[in-house]
Design a protein around this ligand. Structure first.
Ligand SMILES: Nc1ncnc2c1ncn2[C@@H]1O[C@H](COP(=O)(O)OP(=O)(O)O)[C@@H](O)[C@H]1O
Ligand SMILES: [Mg+2]
Length: 395
């Protein structure tokens, strides 16, 4: 592991870059590389390989393009970010946070602020020397679309592919995932969230239920009178961090209402699977969900896939119209198989165990393979520390 903190400092104003470089270097044994960005450059990380331990971005007139370029990178392919820019521009700060900024400073910069930032970086590097898991969030466009079936069977498939996988049932009120694995619901998720700030990989094990396949399930029991609205976003963030550090894959089954906690999962996810069926009503809700994901949470469409479940090629709502209504999203289909789907849930055995050759099982395998990213990202994931923002709740 590298010993010195390596920081990439990028900006367009040479004098300010120099001053900031001097300030960073005065804080200890830090290697700072300055990058003077010219007109054509918008991605401050372009060509940075390996990634630095952190990026300090000094923004000027081109802040929107630069922060958008960072935001479009998968979470695992951006190092912790510190943005330095003018005071009082709320839009700028919001976009900075969405691009994963941990902090936002305005000149004149206080030594102690920089020191604090560097100290956190050094600490995180010790906590997470390895890779972060790939996170896949599954959400339905309409209740009953099959999101839980997809999440459960996808996670089970990933375990069979020798990936350490944890499945999180974030539906604290109507979660059904324990049924899929014949496990007894526990207070795991709620307890884990309560103690998220002191949790490490070892302690985490106590909250997981283990399926015989090796899959770890983190779910809550119907007795937990907790709504996700009451869960502080930072706890969810901390929990995902620990889960990510201890696994190769984290699959999260999300409830359909969006709040700070669910938004936090969606923003961190490398892939968002939006599960729907073929009807005008599903399509309508899927469009609304897409708009929220893309325009309000600013999730890149490249990270969102649509899973058309119980697909019937004779249905009037065909793939062409779904593709037109949901531009920029990848489409997958899963065949209808009511008998096996319900049998699997009734006996609490995943599809791969009870019907390995069924078309539905095979298509789930194709879906799992489609998640394979060419290069899993490394380095700690981002942390929002300044602004939360109110999201419209869906009832
Ligand atoms: N491909 C499929 N074919 C047939 N039935 C399915 C399929 N996928 C899901 N189902 C059934 O649909 C119902 C709802 O699925 P579920 O995963 O709970 O949806 P959601 O989580 O989106 O509310 C379940 O009873 C499940 O058995
Ligand atoms: Mg569900």
């Amino acid at each position: 592991m590298r010993k010195r903190l390596e920081i990439l400092l990028a900006g367009r104003a040479q004098e300010e870059l120099k001053a900031l470089e001097a300030l960073l270097c005065s804080q200890g044994d830090i290697q700072v590389t300055s990058r003077l960005m010219l007109n054509g450059n918008v991605d401050p990380l372009e060509g940075a390989n390996p990634l630095p331990d952190a990026l300090v971005l000094l923004v000027g007139d081109h802040w929107e393009a630069e922060l958008t370029a960072l935001h479009e990178r998968p979470a695992g392919e951006r190092p912790p970010l510190l943005v330095v820019g003018p005071k009082g521009n709320v839009e700028l700060i919001r976009l900075a946070m969405r691009a994963g900024a941990r902090d936002f400073f305005s000149p004149p910069i206080d030594d102690s602020e920089i020191m604090q930032f560097l100290r956190e970086l050094a600490r995180d590097r010790q906590v997470e020397p390895g890779r972060m898991a790939r996170t896949t969030a599954v959400i339905n466009a309409k209740g009953g679309s099959g999101a839980s079936l997809v999440a459960a069977n996808l996670a089970h498939r990933l375990v069979r592919q020798e990936r350490d996988t944890v499945l999180v049932d974030m539906d604290v009120q109507f979660g059904s995932l324990p049924l899929y694995f014949n496990l007894v619901p526990d207070h795991g998720l709620v307890r884990a969230l309560e103690s998220a700030d002191s949790l490490d990989a070892l302690a985490l094990e106590a909250y997981l239920q283990r399926h015989e396949s090796g899959l770890g399930l983190l779910a809550s029991s119907p007795g937990d009178h907790l709504s996700l609205g009451e869960v502080p976003e930072t706890r969810v963030e901390q929990l995902l961090q620990v889960l990510g550090g201890a696994n190769d894959e984290v699959v999260v089954d999300l409830p359909r209402w969006l709040n700070g906690a669910t938004a936090c999962v969606l923003e961190r996810a490398d892939h968002v699977l939006m599960v729907m069926q073929q009807s005008v009503a599903h399509l309508h809700d899927a469009q609304r969900l897409r708009d929220i994901l893309v325009h309000e949470l600013r999730i890149s469409p490249a990270r969102i896939s649509v899973v058309v479940n119980r697909y019937d090629k004779k249905n009037d709502v065909d793939l062409g119209s779904i593709g037109d209504a949901l531009p920029g999203l990848k489409l997958h289909t899963l065949p209808n198989d009511f008998k096996r789907a319900s049998h699997s849930i009734n006996v609490g055995s995943p599809l791969r165990d009870i019907a390995p050759k069924a078309p539905l099982t095979r298509q789930l395998k194709v879906l799992a393979e489609a998640l394979e990213a060419p290069s899993p990202g490394s380095g700690p994931v981002r942390k929002r520390s300044l602004l939360g923002w109110a999201l419209p709740r869906r009832h």
